[in-house]
Design a binder for this molecule. Structure first.
Ligand SMILES: Cc1cc2nc3c(=O)[nH]c(=O)nc-3n(C[C@H](O)[C@H](O)[C@H](O)COP(=O)(O)OP(=O)(O)OC[C@H]3O[C@@H](n4cnc5c(N)ncnc54)[C@H](O)[C@@H]3O)c2cc1C
Length: 355
């Protein structure tokens, strides 16, 4: 319920003339999603920058300086919609996500149908939804587990929507984070048939099918999960676009589903797979690419003007790649990413507000 006595401001999207209202205590993103205006976002904690927008006119304020917004960007009129609160009517410039309306964010219990350890530090979970519940998502989106103490943990859905419709199961790939409370629980204590609560689908990281450009997919570690969903979706839809998947991990043992990626490549002439190891060991006897995955992409694609790039994984990879790819001509609108931030931990107001 929205409070009646708070100031309400009007936000206009410059490019398509749509408007929505936002109260002084809401973030622009919260208000937009509440009113079913699909704006891009990722971590929802100011850490990833996926919700960056240009303030054409008006004033916003932050509780904290969001880490993903530099002073320079602020001075140039940019804002992060997941943290910015209005202090006047606003006109903003940002891409509205077209498919958003069809898809409803749901909050529901899920049951762990199966767990399988995919490698030394990655566990796959398959979740079953309550019988009769309709659920839809776009390939690449993620879910939040709502934990009992009020905290949330985000994980990308790793199977395609069509596969979910066939099996009724959502697949996740969870990396065991050292000292990580939730992933330690999943690895050490969780039993099959455990019940969890999720909010989903979330995020603006999904495959755009409205153009014919070749696609580069770049995954870091379990960043493979949403990319797997997108590639399965693209192959099911018989998308006629060249696709090149780069998957960066430390050592060979971290390539937890390389057989699947090899199969995609063997069966689909339009798809290439390049694994890249950053810390290959001697026993890996690695014949392939070495180094940082975004450097391998950059080297293979010196001119990125006519590519679409989808990338997901650790924040350091996302930041370094965004900079590098932009310097090689990749337009902002052709770069899509999910940064696996974990900033909910470090933002006290978020902790409080989800509690
Ligand atoms: C949109 C989105 C999608 C995501 N999808 C996936 C996914 O598909 N698979 C997956 O494995 N992860 C994914 N993540 C990351 C995952 O949500 C976090 O790693 C989560 O915090 C782990 O929960 P935890 O309770 O085990 O660790 P926490 O208790 O949250 O963290 C414990 C400590 O480890 C640090 N930490 C937490 N996560 C990481 C990390 N990833 N790298 C380095 N240090 C970390 C924290 O700062 C803290 O100090 C995603 C994140 C986002 C924002």
């Amino acid at each position: 319920m929205r409070g009646p006595q708070l100031m309400t401001y009007k936000v206009s999207l410059q490019d398509n003339q749509r408007q929505f209202e936002v109260q002084e205590d809401e973030t622009l993103l919260e208000a937009a999603l509440y009113q079913e205006i699909g704006l891009p976002y990722g971590c929802q904690s100011g850490g990833c920058g996926a919700c960056r927008a240009r303030i054409v006119s008006g004033e916003v304020e932050y509780d904290y300086d969001p880490p993903a917004l530099s002073e320079r960007e602020k001075a140039e009129g940019y804002a992060l919609l997941c943290q910015a609160r209005p202090r006047s009517d606003l006109v903003i410039q940002v891409e509205e996500l077209p498919d958003h309306h069809a898809i409803q964010v749901r909050n529901m219990p899920v049951r762990v149908e199966r767990r399988e350890q995919l490698c030394h530090d990655v566990m796959a979970l398959w979740l079953r939804l309550p019988k009769g519940e309709a659920f839809e998502y776009l390939a690449g989106q993620y879910l939040d587990f709502l934990l009992r103490d009020g905290r949330r943990r985000s994980f990308s859905i790793a199977n395609s929507p069509a596969e979910f419709r066939r099996t009724g199961l959502l697949e996740l790939h969870l990396r065991h984070v050292p000292e990580g409370s939730f992933t330690a629980h999943v690895f050490n204590e969780m039993t099959d048939r455990a019940m969890l609560r999720m909010e989903a689908p979330l995020g603006g990281f999904y495959l755009r099918e409205d153009n014919e450009r070749p696609i580069v997919f770049m995954a870091g570690g379990t960043g493979f999960a949403p990319i797997k969903s997108m590639i399965e979706h693209a192959l099911e839809r018989k998308l006629d676009r060249p696709m090149h998947l780069y998957w960066g991990v430390r050592a060979r043992r971290d390539l937890y589903m390389s057989d699947l990626a090899e199969q995609w490549q063997a069966k689909n002439p339009s798809l290439r797979f390049t694994p890249v190891l950053s810390e290959a060991t001697e026993e890996d006897q690695w014949p392939g690419k070495r180094g940082l995955v975004h450097e391998a992409v950059a080297e293979d694609h010196p001119d990125m003007r006519d590519l679409d790039v989808y990338m997901s994984g650790p924040p350091v990879m996302i930041q370094a790649a965004s900079k590098q790819f932009s310097s090689q001509g990749l337009p902002d609108g052709q770069l899509h990413y999910d940064s696996f931030d974990y900033a909910y931990q470090t933002w006290p107001d978020k902790e409080a507000s989800t509690g």
